[in-house]
Design a protein around this ligand. Sequence first.
Ligand code: KG4
Length: 340
Amino acid sequence: MKDAIILGIESSCDDTSASVVAGCKLLSNVIASQAVHSAYGGVVPELASRAHQQNIVPVVKQAIEKAGIGMKDIDAIGFTRGPGLLGSLLVGNGFAKGLSISLGIPLVEVNHLQAHVLAHFLYEEGESHESPNFPYLCLLVSGGNSQIIVVRSPFDMEVMGQTIDDAAGEAFDKCAKVMGLGYPGGPVINRLATEGNPKAFSFARPRVPGLDYSFSGLKTSFLYTLRDELAKNPNFVEERRADLAASLQYTVIEILMSKLRLASKQLGVKRVALAGGVSANTGLRAAFEAHRDRYGWQIFIPKFAYTTDNAAMVAVTAYFKYKAGDFCPLNLPPFARVTV
Ligand code: KG4
């Protein structure tokens, strides 16, 4: 039997994306990012909603063309229902609903965070690919989340630990901001870190029990270091940028990996996946590889294209739900906040 063809739509934040999959095989993934926010140092919700309105039709059209299919070939539409910015979500939700009515095909709602976790099942034609067996652990790290999730099946996920304040991506972004590095800061810190000494500065580590994370103390400690050093030398940040970035990145990775090691040990699970925007970080990827070599972990690291928000992961999640007959009614509203 041929695999179901799913159109995925993602509009939770500032990327408008559409993707077509046949089962878990990717046929297309189109992303329109919104440059408009960079001038404001963060995503402006109202501008994001407007840009989604401008982008959604051409993005979906392109995804269908690139996949080499016609509208009539689509078996179901999957869309990100939440969490995210409400105005942004409304654009994708409304579009998906309208299209499902006009095509007379089922609608599948997708939780954005679950989609990040299931992105590891996507594969491209001709690519050698290994999906994780269940159960596996997933470290989901983005601008809004830092979670350790145990994944027992596509529909059975449990958050074992999460941040009690800032997310890891937020720590990168906020520290980058005080160094005058622009937004988003994560990629800039990553680039600078390759030229710096990770042990040049030592920042506070959280003492949070169990598998939870905290990054606000690190942020404050970083801020105080800057304040104290700038009082002695006004050129401190310029002179030590690379060392500051490397030490910050080193500390964030240490915090993330120490709890992940604990989770792996406690649960006896050595299949460990990485997901979310911060998984683009090359230091974090290297730390995963080091843990594979040292602790015998089987690791799953996403391609760079699937670290940011994308509809391919939404489409593949919708495929799993479609197979299980898990459709949603047309009157379902989007939700802004929630975890997996
Ligand atoms: O998942 P994502 O695209 O969306 C949000 O949750 O907003 O994650 C974005 C986050 C931002 O905080 C950004 O600075 C961070 O991911 N990020 C990185 C890197 N690339 C993106 N952080 C560290 N190193 C990177 N290379």
